[in-house]
Design a protein around this ligand. Structure first.
Ligand code: NG6
Ligand code: CA
Length: 516
């Protein structure tokens, strides 16, 4: 039988292109909701019983719940650095938890997740906690605040510069302090007091909202003492209780404005980071005190976004991703009853450790993905995925090839992210005080001299004088060290980890600029 050559070519082209075309036909809006310090076990859909998170549970019910999703680090700044650049933060100096007056830690103009999406004509917006530094050394907070998110691919921004517990306590909107009175200039210092104003240390009696348990005893803003000193800027100071409302309204207005075109919204909540001072309408919603209230507040914010997508008829064509920047911590420096009221709640779920820890609880976080047009509702996946994979993954989603000198540690895990494959990465360097290695369900933590436990935060840090090897498929809680029984496995993982650390990349196709 003679075949029609046009038909053969058409079928061949379709077959070659099909893994992309079905996605490319309608690249979705992308709404990434990034929680702060939320643990694997903090949501009802991941097993929490002492708090109810109906809106996050809705994401799980209508989408895919990942059980091996990771932040790139066990603290905020390095996780966020890696998520935007696709490079492990430990490869670069100056990527640890940033002070409130840090200069921007990513070089302006560098290709990021956001600039990749901009290239595909997405309108990109950043709302909420930034914590990657702003400006250059010596920058004044009273003039233009740049470089900043605009120089990293975000068309617009409204940000909390660092954290709620660090000064300056003001929002930055498109390179300016929002609501600043130029006659009351802002000064910020992380070395020494700027004047004789009372501090948390000198006048604890002035702390009417929450008191520190450790650290956090410098400038007092809104009855809360913080890390660092600031003066001036009275008209621009944020109000902690309405922070979630303010940033949620900004996120919604970004969606509303861009409803007729493709957009990427990076909505970075401050919940449930300290100080946990939620709006009073959430107080007492759980038995767990302010930490529980903050989880309920976070869930409310998520609900606001989901409702708006429904109202604007955007639900089907939007991908909503929810995750956290590191694992959970109970006492992170304020006396907010979190320890006393934790009860039977296990913030890290079945995992050991939490924020700051080398154990799994440091980086294993909730990862929910909903995209009704493409993802089967109510599904789960055990694929190993890290937020560092977002640049390569979203490049692929938008039909782009990640350039060879971009994203040295970013893997395309699109099929796993959407539940089309159960295979994500084959390995991951987990980053806390040490670098540990996951290969499949094995986890290797190298021997160290670090202390095993931090009594201030109550965190098991996962340090030991001995090498540690765990089989997470049988022992997710990392209780049985198998290192002695499998010396070859330990040697193999140690040498693989060393190889990744000594190289400047782990993505095989990557070539650094100098290699080209
Ligand atoms: C720590 C702070 C902690 C928190 C953390 C950063 C003290 C004693 N502890 O240094 O409260 O701010 O830094 O958290 O100051 S993160 O989620 O932004 O990484
Ligand atoms: Ca955090």
């Amino acid at each position: 039988m003679k075949q029609n050559p046009f038909l053969v070519i058409a079928i061949a082209l379709f077959t070659i292109a099909s893994p992309f075309t079905d996605l490319l036909a309608d690249s979705p809006n992308i709404i990434f909701i990034y929680a702060d310090d939320i643990g694997y076990g903090d949501l009802t859909c991941y097993g929490a019983k002492s708090v109810s998170t109906p809106n996050l549970d809705r994401l799980a019910k209508e989408g895919l719940r990942h059980t091996d999703g990771h932040s790139a680090s066990a603290t905020c700044t390095p996780s966020r650095y890696a998520l935007l650049t696709g490079e492990y933060a430990w490869r670069r100096k100056g990527t640890g938890v940033a002070t409130g007056d840090a200069s921007m830690i990513i070089e302006p103009g560098r290709t990021t997740l956001a600039s990749i999406l901009q290239k595909s004509d997405y309108r990109t917006g950043y709302v909420g906690k930034w914590h990657l530094g702003l400006g250059r050394p010596g920058m004044s907070w009273n003039g233009p605040i740049k470089p900043g998110p605009k120089d990293l691919g975000f068309d617009e921004h409204f940000v909390i510069p660092a954290t709620g517990d660090r000064v300056p306590c003001v929002y930055i909107e498109n390179e300016k302090v929002a609501g600043l009175d130029q006659n009351d200039p802002i000064k910020v210092s992380f070395d020494k007091p700027l004047d004789n104003s009372p501090t948390g240390k000198s006048r604890p009696d002035l702390l009417f909202r929450t008191k520190p348990s450790h650290g956090h005893d410098m400038s007092i803003v809104n009855g809360i003492s913080r890390i660092g000193y600031m003066s001036g800027g009275k008209s621009a100071l944020w109000d902690d209780e309405s922070m979630a409302d303010v940033i949620t309204a900004k996120a919604k207005s970004f969606i509303e404005k861009n409803q007729k075109r493709q957009f990427f919204l990076y909505f970075s909540s401050h919940d449930i980071h300290v100080p946990r001072v939620s709006h009073p309408r959430f107080s007492g919603k759980t038995e767990m005190g302010p930490r529980g209230d903050a989880i309920v507040q976070l869930d409310w914010c998520v609900g606001q976004i989901l409702d708006q997508l429904d109202q604007l008829n955007l639900t089907d064509q939007s991908m909503v991703i929810f995750s956290s920047d590191n694992g959970p911590v109970v006492d992170d420096g304020y006396q907010d009853d979190a320890v006393a009221k934790i009860g039977s709640h296990r913030p890290a779920g079945p995992f050991r450790g939490g924020k700051y820890s080398n154990f799994e609880g440091g980086t294993r976080v909730p990862l929910l993905v909903r995209w009704p047009a493409r993802i089967k509702p109510g599904t789960t996946s055990e694929a190993l995925i890290c937020q560092i994979d977002f640049p390569a993954t979203f490049a692929r989603l938008t039909g782009q090839k990640l350039e060879e000198n971009i994203g040295p540690d970013s893997f395309d895990v699109l099929d796993a992210l959407l539940g089309r494959s159960q295979h994500g990465r084959d390995h991951l360097v987990e980053d806390a005080s040490l670098r540990s290695l996951r290969v499949g369900h094995f986890k290797f933590i190298p021997a160290s001299k670090g202390r095993p436990f931090n009594p201030a935060t109550g965190t098991e840090l996962g340090n030991s004088n001995d090498d540690q090897l765990y089989d997470l498929s049988k022992d997710p809680g990392e209780t049985k060290n198998l290192a002695k029984f499998y010396p070859e496995k330990v040697a193999e993982m140690k040498s693989r980890l060393l190889g990744i650390r000594e190289s400047d990349h782990s993505r095989p196709e990557y070539k650094s600029a100098t290699q080209k």
